[in-house]
Design a protein around this ligand. Structure first.
Ligand code: ATP
Length: 363
């Protein structure tokens, strides 16, 4: 059967384990040999114990775990040709010519580059006597399928990325917990949530937690935001509300592209209203805890579809990512999505927010 390997790369997210499990079990079901590659591209470059053949029970009892049990890493060597050559050799020694990569746009870009390079890497390996002509012929084509694991929901081409829903659960739990103590002491709380270029987490958390105000990178507030927020908070208090909740995405900016930090918001409120104001930075708590039912199911569906895509692939098949489109797991061109995601990041940097939001589409 075909040799398939699955690995997780870049930042971890809840639901990655479910995706790994689905790839292994679907792969075995269709008669493939399935391998884990531990520690992302680093494990692929280092080989050895990092590449392990999987069986049905090696993915038992992981679906409920957060993070990624097979490890993730950032790997400088894979960015160089020399590193990719070592990775190619390690794969060929196991007869692996099908890769499932679970990661962000960087990881997917790396995978695409690896595939483009594959033929010349193999020729070099033959030339150096590291693999035989037969091994070269038997492993002539590399197939790639990606899945996006990210809590930020910042990838173009999919309605949801694996981990976003669980991160939202964590944020909502934290807001609810803080609201109770804020109520008791009539305090104002500012919560900083993750999302570098993408305000999805902050926006959806604000909508679902009755926050009074939210700052996101895609929609910088008007110049007089300090006046606006103070009026809003005063109004809430005058209607009998005992607390205020403000969410700030970590990438929030003003009209000039300057960061709006939780500290800056606090200063405005303390200086102008004198409210007892506290800051909570949620940080990596958002990546922790067990994956939600939604993320477990998303991982299952995407993982199964990824294997089907690999089984149907031929030498002419372009790499795809499995995306969620209106509750269907579908295949979309990998590089198209990566380029669009990078274009959105550029538009954000150039402060073309409307264009960025439009390009990002439904997600
Ligand atoms: P996150 O969204 O969490 O940042 P990511 O996949 O975008 O996830 P990166 O750190 O950008 O995270 O990439 C992960 C790894 O993928 C890198 O450490 C590197 O090994 C590989 N990689 C990224 N970009 C490239 C590239 N252009 N060429 C080769 N390899 C790359």
């Amino acid at each position: 059967g075909k040799g398939i390997a699955v690995f997780t790369s870049g930042g971890d997210s809840q639901g990655m384990n479910s995706a790994v499990r689905a790839v292994v079990r679907m792969g075995l079901y269709v008669g493939a040999r399935v391998y884990f590659i531990k520690e992302g591209y680093q494990g692929m470059v280092d080989g050895g114990d990092n590449i392990v053949e999987a069986n049905w029970s090696s993915v038992s009892g992981i679906i409920h775990k957060g993070g990624t049990v097979i490890g993730s890493a950032r790997c400088m060597e894979f960015r160089e040709r020399e590193g990719r050559m070592r990775a190619a050799k390690n794969l060929i020694k196991h007869g692996i010519t099908n890769l499932v990569v679970i990661g962000g746009d960087g990881s997917l870009t790396g995978a695409n580059l690896f595939r483009q390079d594959w033929t010349s890497l193999l020729q070099l390996l033959v030339k150096n006597g590291e693999i035989t002509e037969e091994e070269c012929k038997a492993n002539a084509h590399l197939n790639i399928v990606g899945m996006v694991g990210s809590i930020d929901n910042d990838f173009c081409g999919t309605d949801m990325t694996i981990g976003t829903d669980s991160a939202l659960h964590r944020i909502i739990e934290a807001v609810d917990a803080i609201a109770a103590t804020a109520y008791s002491h009539q305090r104002c709380f500012i919560l900083e949530v993750m999302g570098r270029h993408c305000g999805y987490l902050a926006l959806v958390a604000a909508l679902t937690s009755e926050a009074d105000y939210v700052f996101i990178p895609e929609n910088p507030p008007p110049e007089n935001w300090s006046e606006k927020i103070c009026n809003k908070l005063k109004q809430e208090r005058s209607m009998g509300q005992r607390l205020n909740i403000i969410l700030v995405a970590e990438g929030a900016i003003d009209q000039h592209g300057q960061a709006i930090t939780a500290e800056a918001v606090k200063k405005v409120i303390v200086d102008q209203l004198g409210f007892d104001t506290r800051i909570t930075v949620l940080g990596h708590v958002q990546r922790g805890g067990s994956p939600s039912a939604f993320d477990r199911l998303l991982g299952c569906r995407m993982g199964a579809e990824a294997v089907l895509a690999l089984m149907e692939a031929n030498t002419a098949t372009e790499p795809c990512v499995i995306s969620l489109d209106g509750n269907q797991a579908v295949r979309v061109p990998l590089m198209g999505c990566v380029l669009k995601t990078q274009a959105v990041a550029r538009a954000m940097k150039e402060r073309n927010w409307d264009q960025a939001v439009q390009m990002r589409g439904r997600s």
